[in-house]
Design a protein around this ligand. Structure first.
Ligand code: OFO
Length: 170
């Protein structure tokens, strides 16, 4: 059965948002490079790769369903803060926004009774729980650290251990 046009449009919109996430994290990475915090840079490198994988996962799914992928312009990323704490507050806000958008795509799948899309989207729903939790964890540590430079360096070391595991989506 061909993918419903409304479903296809919802996926295309979300593909754009995932690419925007990649772009936003790429913009944030440069702040940490300037601060000489290589562990944070590593964390954002992985975040960038994950967002691209999220976009590509949806892209391939639309094709698999016989749909048409329309790529839209990616907005200029706006990084609001300049300190690790400010940036991570924005990361958490952004991930919460993405969660609301994934839920909106899911709502469309329910509306058009696309059960296959609902099953596919379950992966993204679960992924958002993990994303919010891991970002919340870093944010909580940054709040505890405050102005303690040693604490910041210890967290930087911890984040340097993060590795990219290509996600198996769907
Ligand atoms: Fe960060 O999860 Fe996709 O956008």
């Amino acid at each position: 059965m061909a993918i419903d046009k409304k479903m296809e449009a919802a996926f295309n919109d979300q593909i754009n948002k995932e690419y925007y996430s990649e772009y936003l994290y790429l913009a944030m990475k440069t702040i940490f490079a300037e601060l000489n915090l290589p562990g944070f840079v590593n964390w954002f490198n992985i975040q960038v790769q994950e967002e691209r994988a999220h976009a590509e996962g949806m892209y391939e799914y639309v094709l698999e369903r016989g749909g048409y992928v329309e790529l839209f312009a990616i907005d200029k990323p706006e990084v609001k803060g300049s300190t690790p704490l400010e940036v991570f507050k924005q990361v958490l806000e952004h991930e919460q926004y993405v969660t609301s958008r994934i839920n909106a795509v899911y709502d469309v799948a329910e509306e058009v009774k696309d059960r296959a899309a609902m099953l596919f989207l379950n992966w993204y729903v679960k992924e958002q729980v993990e994303e919010e939790a891991s970002v919340g964890d870093v944010l909580a540590k940054l709040e505890m650290i405050g102005d303690d430079k040693q604490g910041l360096l210890a967290l930087d070391k911890e984040l340097s251990a993060r590795v990219f595991n290509p996600p198996v989506i769907g």
